[in-house]
Design a protein around this ligand. Structure first.
Ligand SMILES: *Cc1c(COP(=O)(O)O)cnc(C)c1O
Length: 487
């Protein structure tokens, strides 16, 4: 059944009101005396005219059209759409946190500063880093901060260097962040399983290499086994190694970026550390560094001085501020609660179960969809390819759209770019076996439909509030404003 909800302008009728106020008991003001005439509108504003109940029902119905991790399974690869415990929301919205003002004197926000300090300490422990900043507002912002640190570090040694090496499987934000910092991006080839080709790497690393940005596990869901050799190659040239930590859900409690030879890393609190995301934020992308780079971190830093927590802005080498105040504290509080409530063992279990769930899905789906890489154990996600379905005139996009008809959010598609017709699946640790099984059954059903009735897929979705959108037109001709008919 198609659910359709009209715009609020299209329901209701002229003169209907959603409020009841007592009659004015003071003289009605003459607007022309209060506001210059040229600023007064000539005709009445075209506002919706609905009753309170119409209004409540309209927005409640709209809210029910939303797809969310609270309603359905969200196997979006590289995004870690796990369940976010509601208690964390409750903690973050305590007035003692939520009503703080960033200009309050430090003496009145000691608790908040302590929480930030402890969060940094926990992230240091998880990542094997020596210092963290919580300022960056997202992963991409963390990358930019990391590149600024890289540039400051090399500049202090006399030469900012020119090149940033990035694997061809990387997320698009990696080259974007490097380019924003004025670096030339050099792509390095991956082997057939998406791992770095060491010979190809050796051929591009030289004295002008500033940093290599690496994602581990890679965006193909496999652990970069040669990470120590990669670190050696990069370090030997005097360059640094940066971890895009978007895939920390496969590492937390098990393996630490610092031990792998990374000098800098970012983590996405809104992925691995259980903060709701999707729909554009807010996010948080803390950046960790080794001791040798800690002086370059953005200011202010949370420090302890004479038994008090302070925000210390004194640093000659710092790259400066990358954001107003000290990060998206609402997100940080949720991540803090998540880490504290799970504890070390709980975080480790979460990682193990995330990896187990991904391997279970992969094992059940591989007879029905081709694997993008050799069949070896994956980490917390894996990549399929829909290229064999092209024989039936079906693309990965069609498979994704058909899944919506069955109530599943589509996996990530067409990423990583090096996989033709990529389908990237990440179940996370928070899904039950029942949910995983019903996703598998649906994926198999869709694979069978591709063969027997491809038209069902190419015209999907059929049961969503809006049918398939013309994405090119939608991006080129934005039409976001309602106009009163005839206006
Ligand atoms: C999500 C992601 C990013 C970017 O993080 P944002 O928080 O969305 O800015 C970078 N790299 C990878 C591999 C990602 O999955």
């Amino acid at each position: 059944m198609l659910k359709v909800e009209k715009l609020i302008f299209e329901i209701g009728s002229a003169g209907r009101k959603g409020y009841s106020l007592p009659k004015l008991d003071v003289p009605d003001a003459d607007m022309k005396e209060l506001i210059p005439e040229d600023l007064l509108r000539k005709s009445e504003a075209a506002l919706p005219e609905v009753s309170e109940l119409d209004c409540v029902r309209h927005f409640t119905r709209l809210s029910q059209l939303n797809y969310s991790v609270d309603t359905n399974f969200y196997p979006l690869g590289s995004c870690t759409m796990k369940y976010n415990p509601k208690i964390n929301e409750k903690m973050a919205s305590l007035p003692q946190f939520a009503d703080l003002h960033p200009y309050q004197p430090e003496s009145s926000v000691q608790g908040m500063l302590e929480l930030l300090y402890e969060t940094e300490q926990m992230l240091c422990k998880i990542c094997g880093m020596d210092a963290f900043t919580l300022q960056p507002a997202a992963g991409a912002h963390g990358e930019l901060t990391g590149m600024l640190i890289v540039r400051a570090y090399h500049t202090s040694k006399g030469n900012p260097r020119k090149k940033v090496i990035i694997p061809d499987s990387a997320h698009g934000t990696n080259p974007a962040s490097a380019a924003l910092c004025g670096y030339e991006v050099v792509a390095v080839k991956s082997d057939r399983n998406g791992r770095i080709d060491l010979d190809a790497l050796k051929a591009v690393v030289d004295g002008e290499t500033a940093v290599m940005m690496l994602t581990n596990p890679s965006t193909l869901g496999l652990f970069e086994k040669n990470v120590r050799q990669i670190a050696d190659i990069v370090h030997k040239a005097g360059a640094l190694l940066y971890l895009d930590g978007a895939n920390m859900n496969a590492l937390v409690g098990i393996a630490r970026p610092g031990d792998m030879g990374f000098d800098i890393c970012h983590v996405n609190l809104h992925k691995s550390f259980s903060t709701p995301h999707g729909g554009g934020g807010p996010g948080s992308g803390p950046v960790g560094v080794t001791a040798a780079l800690s002086d370059y971190l953005p200011v202010p830093r949370v420090k302890i001085k004479r038994n008090r927590f302070i925000l210390d802005a004194e640093s000659k080498k710092s790259v400066g501020r990358v954001r107003a105040f000290y990060g998206n504290t609402g997100v940080i509080i949720k991540a803090y609660c998540y880490m504290k409530s799970l504890g070390g063992d709980g975080l480790k279990d979460a990682t193990i179960e995330a990896v187990l769930n991904a391997n279970y899905l992969k094992a059940r789906l591989k007879g029905h969809y081709a694997l993008a890489v050799d069949d070896e154990p994956c980490m917390h996600e894996f990549v399929l390819t829909g290229k064999d379905k092209k024989d039936f005139g079906v693309k990965t996009l069609d498979i994704a759209k058909r899944l919506l008809d069955y109530g599943f959010y589509a996996p990530t598609i067409y990423f990583p770019l090096i996989v033709e017709e990529a389908i990237m699946i990440e179940p996370t640790e928070t899904e039950s076996k029942d949910t995983l099984d019903s996703f598998v059954e649906t994926m198999i059903k869709v694979a069978n439909e591709a063969r027997s009735e491809p038209g069902l897929l190419t015209s999907a979705p059929h049961s969503t509030p809006v049918r398939r959108l013309d994405e090119v037109l939608a991006a080129r001709e934005l039409n976001l404003r309602w106009k009163r008919p005839g206006a």
